[in-house]
Design a protein around this ligand. Sequence first.
Ligand SMILES: CC(C)(COP(=O)(O)OP(=O)(O)OC[C@H]1O[C@@H](n2cnc3c(N)ncnc32)[C@H](O)[C@@H]1OP(=O)(O)O)[C@@H](O)C(=O)NCCC(=O)NCCS
Length: 152
Amino acid sequence: MKVDCLRPPTAKQFASECAVIHTTAFYASGGRGWAAEEFENLLERKTIMLLRTGYSFLLADIFQNEAEILTLAVHPDKQNQGSGGYLLEIFFEECIRSAVNQCVLEVAEDNIAALRLYRGFNFETISIRKGYFKRDNGFSSALVMKKCIFDQ
Ligand SMILES: CC(C)(COP(=O)(O)OP(=O)(O)OC[C@H]1O[C@@H](n2cnc3c(N)ncnc32)[C@H](O)[C@@H]1OP(=O)(O)O)[C@@H](O)C(=O)NCCC(=O)NCCS
C-alpha cells in the first residue's frame, strides 16, 4: 500500500479526491461528507498534513507538538482491509519524526468501526460532547479522544 505524505501547496490538488472518498465513506453511517471547497480551504493551511492512498486518506492539523486528526476515511469498497490502520501507523511515524507527542480527535459515539480502530491504537476518551452530531433520527454524542504518542 503506497501512501503519499503531502503538505501545502501540493496537498490542495487532492481536494476533489478527498471530497469523493469522504462523502462515499460517511454516507453509509448517516454522517455528512465534506465538499471539495471545504477540503480546498483546509488543504491550504500551513499546519495541515495529508496522507493519501487514492482510495483512503487521513487529514491532520499539526501545531507545535500536538496533532489533531481532522478526518480519516476509506472508500467503502476498501474498508476493513487494513487501510485505516495503516494510515494511522504511517501518521504516527510522521509524528515521531516531527516530535509531535500527543494526538487528539473527535469521533461519534455510534461509529463502531472508528471506535474499534482508535481504541486499538490506545486512544482514550477525555471528554464527551453531548448531542454533537445530527442524525436522521436524532443526535449522537462526540467522544474527544487523545493518545500520548511517546508513551505507547
Ligand atoms: C473508520 C474507518 C476509517 C476504518 O478504516 P478501515 O480501513 O475499514 O479499518 P481497518 O481495516 O484498518 O480496521 C481497523 C479496525 O477496525 C475494525 N473495523 C473496520 N471496519 C469495521 C466495521 N464495519 N465494524 C466493526 N469494526 C470494524 C477492524 O475489525 C479493525 O479492528 P481489529 O484490528 O480489532 O480487527 C472506515 O470504516 C471508514 O472510512 N468509515 C467511514 C468514515 C469514518 O467513520 N471515519 C472516521 C471518522 S472519526
